[in-house]
Design a protein around this ligand. Structure first.
Ligand code: GLU
Length: 381
């Protein structure tokens, strides 16, 4: 048995391939199993929150489409139709268990803009207080590249710390994490327990995707990393085990468990790394001594060789080393135009260049979040 004590709130994410049948019609049996599990958890005093996929797939079925549209507007129309249909079905099943549901549709902006994140968090809080189970999906009908989260594994990992969940379970068509791709190797073994996500774990994620969902193993490992760093456990599990939900929450060893880190990151660092999209980037000189993983230092203009993107002072930007790898994110004291003027210069020259004497550092050490070397290139690209 896994050592799960004091679980008070869980988030489960169910993938599209588990929510629809082969013909893309809604898998009512699955919806029934989810609600039945939630009802049993409620009796045990455990709150549930659902992150649901399936909107686009269900919409395709409603519109008689067999292939995922490549046309963005049509995909969005599918999501609009499918989300409504999906919610109608969830509600009719939830009624049988006397459960109350509330729908929340979000995009990346709702996390990135702090004010909206606080409002979202307050709404969710109030739903739990009023015994309403949040049913969350990306607002796919309005999602475009600039504002979308992109996959529901990541979305679930962004939501989970916000609702102070103790456990996130990703239900999909994958049993768990294997040491090799089980579709290619007969001797692939499933790992039941991951203590610490490192390069070897990341390399096991092949990025294979299922036919209808957008997630794969890579997005699941990324979700595990976000969850574990934010202080909660995460399980990857096959949705054919959904009837075991209560047993999983009680600690039965089903699927792969990714254990929370003992020392989790601060909510500010969590926000800056995972919940914001950078507005631009600065590239550091090859002589920049990268010991950021040991000690945070401020980024001075003398060490900057290039600045990309257009952004204002106060924006969050990526800091890349000379190989083009993002090694940190930070809040810039200068706009992109100003950085382009002062890069390579000493602060004593600022007055001549800018017409005023600004701060000597482009990014102060206090406004910098360092990406651990073992994760370079993994969750921020
Ligand atoms: N939000 C998408 C949908 O409801 C699914 C995204 C995913 O598969 O991760 O269709």
């Amino acid at each position: 048995m896994r050592d799960f004590k004091n679980i008070k709130r869980i988030v489960i994410k169910v993938g599209s391939s588990s929510l629809v049948k082969k013909d893309l019609s809604i898998n009512i049996k699955m919806l029934n199993s989810i609600m039945s599990g939630f009802s049993k958890l409620k009796d045990l005093g455990i709150d549930s929150c659902l992150v649901t996929s399936g909107a686009i797939a269900v919409g395709m079925h409603e519109l008689g489409l067999t292939k995922k549209p490549t046309n963005m507007a049509l995909k969005q129309a599918c999501a609009a139709v499918g989300q409504a249909k999906l919610m109608e079905s969830y509600n009719s099943v939830a009624n049988l268990y006397e459960l109350k549901l509330g729908q929340i549709l979000v995009n990346h902006d709702d996390f990135q803009v702090r004010k909206r994140m606080v409002l979202l968090s307050d709404t969710l809080d109030s739903m739990f207080k009023n015994n309403i189970i949040p049913v969350i999906n990306e607002n796919d009908a309005l999602a475009v590249d600039e504002i979308k989260v992109g996959d529901n594994d990541t979305l679930a990992s962004l939501i989970s710390p916000m609702v102070s969940a103790d456990l996130l379970i990703l239900f999909s068509d994958i049993n768990g994490l294997y040491d090799k791709n089980p579709k290619l190797y007969d001797d692939a073994k499933m790992i039941s327990d991951v203590k610490h996500i490192d390069e070897s774990i990341i390399s096991m994620a092949t990025g294979a995707t299922s036919k209808v969902g957008t997630g794969g193993m890579e997005t699941k490992i990324k979700a595990a990393l976000i969850s574990n760093m934010s202080g909660l456990d995460m399980i990857i599990c096959n949705s054919n085990k959904i009837d075991e939900l209560v047993n999983i929450v009680k600690g039965e060893e089903i699927g792969t468990l990714f254990n929370k880190y003992e020392k989790c990151i601060s909510s500010r660092d969590d926000w800056m790394i995972f919940k914001t999209n950078s507005c631009g980037q600065i590239i550091l000189d090859k002589n920049f001594k990268n010991d950021l993983n040991v000690k945070k230092v401020s980024i001075l203009p003398t060490g900057i060789t290039d600045c990309k993107g257009e952004f204002l002072k106060g924006s969050i930007i990526d800091i890349k080393n000379s190989d083009g790898v993002i090694i940190a994110k930070g809040i810039s004291n200068y706009s992109s135009n100003e950085i382009n003027l002062i890069k390579g210069h000493k602060s004593s020259e600022f007055t001549d260049i800018l017409g005023y004497k600004g701060k000597s550092e482009v990014i102060h050490a206090d406004n910098l979040v360092v990406i651990k070397e073992e994760f370079y290139g993994f969750f921020i690209k």
